[in-house]
Design a protein around this ligand. Structure first.
Ligand code: HEM
Length: 319
C-alpha cells in the first residue's frame, strides 16, 4: 500500500487504540505469537484449493459484525436450529469450515486464547490480501458472544432495500454513507446465487418488470443466466468481468448500469452515495487505503472485550 493509502488506516488505528483500549494490533503477541500466522496459513491453503474461499470469508465477517457486533455469533449452531446463521439474509454464507480449522490449530498450540470473532476478522483481512486487495493490520482482542438468535438477524441489510434504508441500517451500527459505499465494494470479488436476483430481473419493486436501471443488453445476459423458474442455486459473478480482481471496476459497473446486486445499483440512485461512488472513480488511488480503514471500522462494531463474553473452545458452540 502506498504511504498515501496507508494514512487513513493509521489514523483510524490510533483512534481505535485510544477509544477501545482493549482492542489493539498485536493483542496476541505475548499469549499466542503465531496466532495471525496460523490463521493466514489456513486461509491461504483453503484459497489455494478454492479461490472462492476469499469472498466467502469476507462476507462472513460482515455478516458477523452487522448482527449484534463482531462476536462470532454467526458461527454458532444450536440443536433447535434457531441460531443466527439460519436467518434468511444469511443464506449462502460459507467459510465456516476454514474458521473451524484455524480454531482447531490454535487450540492445539494456545488453548483458550484466541477468540473465534478475531479469527473471522483476521481471515477476512487475509482473504482481501490474497485477492490482491489492500493489506492492513487488524486490531484484535475481541471476545466471543454468548447469544446467537435467528430473531436478531431479521433486520439485515437486504439486496431489495432502497439506498435510504441501507444508509439507515449502516448508521444504526455507527457506519456512515461513505462506509456503506466503501464496504459494498467488497462485491468486487465473489458471486451471488440466482436466488437473490429474481425480483430485480422480473418483478422490481412489484412492477412486474425488471429494474430499469440495468443496462438493456446486460439485462438480457442476466436474464439468460438466471431465467425465471430456473436454478436458484446457480451462481453468477457480482462484479461483471472483474470478479476475481480487487479493484474499483465495481464502481464503474454500478455507474454504467452493470451492477448485479440491486443494493449496489441503489448506491447510484441516492444523492448521498452517488458522489462517493463518483469520487472513487475519479481518484481510484484513494480506494485501497479508504477501503482498509472501513474494514477496520467494521471490525470494531459492537465488539466485546476484556471480561465480556468468552473465548470459545469450538467456534460453532458456546462453552
Ligand atoms: C450493503 C448491504 C449489502 C447487501 C444487501 C449485500 C448482499 C449480498 C448478497 C445478496 C450476496 C450474494 C450472496 C450469495 O448468493 O451467496 C452478497 C455477496 C457478497 N457480499 Fe454482500 N451485501 C452487502 C454488503 C456487503 C459488505 C459490507 C460486505 C463486506 C465488507 C459484503 C461482502 C460480500 C461478498 C464478498 C460476497 C460474495 C460472497 C461469495 O462469493 O460467497 N457485502 N452480498
Amino acid at each position: 500500500m502506498s504511504a498515501r493509502a496507508i494514512l487513513p488506516v493509521l489514523l483510524l488505528l490510533s483512534f481505535i487504540c485510544s477509544c477501545r483500549g482493549q482492542l489493539r494490533v498485536g493483542f496476541y503477541a505475548d499469549t499466542c505469537p503465531d496466532a495471525e500466522a496460523t490463521v493466514r496459513s489456513v486461509v491461504t491453503d483453503a484459497f489455494n484449493s478454492d479461490v472462492n474461499t476469499a469472498s466467502g470469508l469476507l462476507r462472513l465477517h460482515f455478516h458477523d459484525c452487522i448482527v449484534d457486533g463482531c462476536d462470532g455469533s454467526v458461527l454458532i449452531n444450536q440443536p433447535d436450529g434457531q441460531q443466527e446463521n439460519r436467518a434468511f439474509g444469511h443464506q449462502g454464507l460459507r467459510g465456516f469450515n476454514v474458521i473451524d480449522q484455524a480454531k482447531a490449530q490454535l487450540e492445539a498450540t494456545c488453548p483458550g486464547v484466541v477468540s473465534c470473532a478475531d479469527i473471522v476478522a483476521l481471515a477476512a483481512r487475509d482473504s482481501i490480501a490474497l485477492s490482491n486487495g489492500p493489506r492492513y493490520e487488524v486490531p484484535t482482542g475481541r471476545k466471543d458472544g454468548l447469544v446467537s438468535a435467528i430473531s436478531d438477524a431479521n433486520n439485515l441489510p437486504d439486496q431489495d432495500d432502497p439506498a435510504e434504508v441501507l444508509i439507515a441500517k449502516f448508521r444504526a451500527k455507527g457506519l456512515s454513507e461513505k462506509d456503506l459505499v466503501l464496504l459494498s465494494a467488497a462485491h468486487t470479488i465473489g458471486t451471488t446465487a440466482c436466488f437473490f436476483m429474481g425480483n430485480r430481473l422480473f418483478n422490481f419493486r412489484n412492477s412486474g418488470g425488471p429494474d430499469p436501471s440495468i443496462n438493456p443488453p446486460f439485462l438480457q445476459k442476466l436474464q439468460q443466466a438466471c431465467p425465471a423458474g430456473g436454478d436458484i442455486n446457480r451462481r453468477i459473478m457480482i462484479d461483471a468481468g472483474s470478479h476475481l480482481r480487487f479493484d474499483t471496476q465495481i464502481y464503474a459497473n454500478i455507474r454504467a448500469g452493470f451492477a448485479v446486486l440491486q443494493s449496489d445499483a441503489a448506491l447510484y440512485s441516492h444523492a448521498a452515495t452517488r458522489p462517493i461512488v463518483d469520487s472513487y472513480l475519479r481518484s481510484p488511488a484513494a480506494f485501497p487505503g479508504d477501503f482498509a480503514a472501513a474494514m477496520v471500522k467494521l471490525g470494531t462494531v459492537g465488539v466485546l472485550t476484556g471480561s465480556q463474553g468468552e473465548i470459545r473452545n469450538v467456534c460453532s458452540s458456546f462453552n
